[in-house]
Structures are given as structure tokens and as C-alpha cells.
Design a protein around this ligand. Structure first.
Ligand code: ZN
Length: 121
């Protein structure tokens, strides 16, 4: 079952960043990336659809959609994920903005970088 945050994130990806799904499908050698987008839309349409996924839809979910909305890794303060100042992942609450701004960092890393910039003009 997806929570409200995850549905919000997925909605934002389908509306504005569909290529994230398509690129991930391609790198997973899934030929019909449209089907992955279709599964995303299916899940957005109704929270209850999660439990109605077919085996095939679940495959798209587990390989393409879940990695985009669950435990998404932070790229780290300076683009090195092992230099993350937080727990290594981007909070669900911040993921929508991370995708919109194409800034895949957690709040801790963004805050730390901003502090560093403020102290090093
Ligand atoms: Zn981080």
C-alpha cells in the first residue's frame, strides 16, 4: 500500500518527470516503458489499486516505480553519496521537491551546503 506522500510523489513524476520512469525501464531492459508509466497511473488513480496489481504490474512496480518513491538515496552534499550528512536517503516529504528541482539530496545535505556557502563567500 502506498502512503499519501508516495502517491503525491508518483503523481508529480507522471505529470512532470515521466522520463524518470522511462529511463529506469530502459536501464532495466524493460522494452515497454509505456506499461511502467501505465502502472504508475493505475496506482495514482486509486490507493486501493495497490492490492489489485497483476503479477505483471507488480513486476513494473517493484523494478521501476518503487525505487523512485521508496528509500531514494541522497546524492550527498557534493554529489558523493558516501558523503551524505543525513541517513543516506531523501525523506518522502522532500522527494516531490527533489524531483521537481532535480536536486537529489536530503535536507541535511542541502542545509549543510547552504551553511558552507554562507560561511565561504
Ligand atoms: Zn544527504
Amino acid at each position: 500500500m502506498l502512503n499519501e506522500n508516495q502517491i503525491e510523489i508518483l503523481k508529480s513524476i507522471v505529470d512532470d518527470n515521466k522520463e524518470l520512469i522511462i529511463d529506469l525501464a530502459k536501464s532495466n531492459n524493460i522494452p515497454n516503458s509505456d506499461a511502467s508509466v501505465g502502472v504508475a497511473k493505475f496506482l495514482i488513480a486509486d490507493a486501493g489499486n495497490f492490492s489489485k496489481m497483476s503479477k505483471d504490474q507488480k513486476y513494473h512496480y517493484e523494478n521501476i516505480i518503487e525505487p523512485l518513491i521508496n528509500d531514494v538515496p541522497c546524492e550527498g552534499m557534493i554529489g558523493e553519496s558516501d558523503l551524505c550528512m543525513g541517513n543516506g536517503f531523501i525523506d518522502e516529504e522532500n522527494l516531490v521537491w527533489a524531483y521537481r528541482d532535480q536536486d537529489m539530496r536530503c535536507q541535511e545535505c542541502i542545509g549543510e551546503k547552504n551553511r558552507w556557502n554562507a560561511n565561504n563567500p
